[in-house]
Design a protein. Sequence first.
Length: 325
Amino acid sequence: MILVFTERVDLNSRIVLSYLKDHNEPFEVFLEDDAIELEYHIERDQFDYQIYKNQQYICSSEEIKSIWYRRTDIQVTRFGSGEFSQEGLKTYSHEHMKTRTEQIQRCFHQKKCLGKFGFGNYNKIEFLEICTTLNIEIPKTLITRSKRKLLEFWMDCGKAIITKSLAFPYESFHYTESGGMDSYRLGYTVTVGKAEFELLPDFFDLSVFQEKLDKLFEIRTIYLDGKIFSEAIFSQSRDVAALDYRLGYDSGMRMCNYTLPVEVEDQVRKLMQELDLNFGSLDIVFTTDKRYVFLEVNPNGQYGAVSVTTNSNVDYEVAKFLMNG
């Protein structure tokens, strides 16, 4: 049995599932509103569990061939019913659910698992820290809540800096009565200039600021259990995409297959091993002075565009990983 945790709107998951179906591989899909529970049988020399989806039996631990954490993390059923009025019961309910969730994640990580539960978004500060330990080039960065320190950083970077979300960018989906979907998103990269400084108080919420790089082009790299697929994105050819290429997908900017230098691919592999991730999408900038600068990693980022551009069929590579349990 192959277990897949994903979202309804994820097209690539559907393609992977079609490959599993074509190869007669049994699978079960957990969507964002599906609850999972494990029922354990533990003795001195035995640790087994059974898996339930929305209170319906799915399989036993011995029957699990592989697991794919694509988008939706573990969702367990709530303790009790309704809302608790007593603070103590709320705390108990929270800790009860946390214990169950963490144990399910631990059990699944002991199986052949693509993706890492609990890491839908990787800590940006930890990512930057690990890059420094591996001597991987990153943008000059300041994470602060002080306007004075930010002003000094701005001057040091030649008055050219950007800011972006420190955590996971705000994103929300809801379904309309007609079955369509509305999406609201905030979290694109923006510049910080004189006008923004004038609006800032002396102290603000902790935020990340980086030097604005002189880009020749950008690189989107997909890492899958040691395999690397990369595309070059010529975002600087379109004003709308120059700062954040995600804003320029409909602008007609050119994208093509790209092969990273061997030493940069080695950096990618070492980085992902250090992060303990066997899947992720990485954003890299190739600067006008020919430097490869790593920006961030998304443990369950979109890979469809890279798959099409590079003609690498990442969907089938995912299916092969899951089927070769």
